[in-house]
Design a protein around this ligand. Sequence first.
Ligand code: XUL
Ligand code: CO
Length: 437
Amino acid sequence: MAAFPEIEKISYEGPESHNPLAFRHYDADAVIEGRSMKEHLRFSVVYWHTFRGAGADPFGPGCAERAWQLEDGSVDDAIRRAEMAFEFIEKLGAPYYAFHDRDIAPEGKTLQETNQNLDAVAEALSQLQSSTGIKLLWGTANLFSNKRYMHGAATSPNADAFAFAAAQVKKALEITNQLGGEGYTFWGGREGYQNLWNTDMKRELDHLAQLLHMAVDYAKEIGFEGQFYIEPKPKEPTKHQYDSDAAACINFLRAYDLENHLKLNLETNHATLAGHTMMHEMDTAGSQGMLGSIDANTGDELLGWDTDQFPTNVYLTTQCMLMLLKYGGFKSGGVNFDAKVRRESFEPIDLFHAHIGGMDAFAAGLKIAAAIRADGELARLLSERYASWDSGVGAAIEKGEHSLKTLEAYMLEKGEADANTSGRQEMLENLINRYVY
Ligand code: XUL
Ligand code: CO
């Protein structure tokens, strides 16, 4: 059964198009900086919001009309849903998708039954991948919905919750590997705390690192060569999530010898919740060689929670693409739309509008970022700002030729530092707008 019989494959019609079911900027094969847009952006559709979400919020149940909102929770239903999911992704023209284990297959009465369900659906997904050419960007395990994880999974005070999580990660890794997944993500669902009076933070962090090491070891054992990611988020559902932001994650990975095995999967709305911009998070990760993938969405500045809206702000996507190009583009990651339509957008076609808008915003951001780079004015002004480091005392400090003593001697002789120059923030903001509109 087709879920979208009335919708044709979405095509590129160019910036002048008024067709809401066409791309105005995303021209998959157009080449920018030597790579096609498709290769730069590596768009991915998420299973959880797009095929499992129905718009529930704390005040009411889901009310979205979805042909795949099937009732009996059987494996057959899950397979029919997968077929409809692939119909959507194929018509959209996104090359990738991403899932949690529990998104794709129903949980059985026992772990064994659950794993069999996963095997059956993975078989169907594998066939759908071959017939459509759609690939798995990353897989993950849902270690937060089941009540056994009420105190966390890897960081639970209950060792059996940890053990169950480990079993789940093992299976999720196997499925991801079987489906040729290019990555595997850890988002720390309930890995955090509500209250420090009942929390042994050090022990919990040690346990989290242990689970990650077990995953790294098992990946080697089964020959999984995809990239592992950790996804920062500062709060929600816990008051304080351990993976709070890019800097905290990098510190955690380094403290536990994991920095060579995981990179970061950065999400825009999580950056906002952490009091950062996405550009900040991408620069923080990129400058440390840890930029892996992005969960592309946006929050609402008037709301303090993770609203996971589709990104439509071209200024934001320009910043993302500038950072991405600066750090050499994606290796294994992609632009993964961890985003959901609003509860009021309950019709299936809204899913197309949402994804088309996100893809176009990123494609426009890519074009603008490439224009900024090609013009070179921003880069020139930036290097001018740091010119004092290119020769003289600056260059010598960078080379490690100075100490506190020699710099004191230098300043005693010189008497005063050279005059500062303006930061030119407003001029640079105007310069960026020259490319944006
Ligand atoms: C939660 C979130 C997750 C991860 C995958 O805020 O972003 O959906 O991306 O577990
Ligand atoms: Co996410």
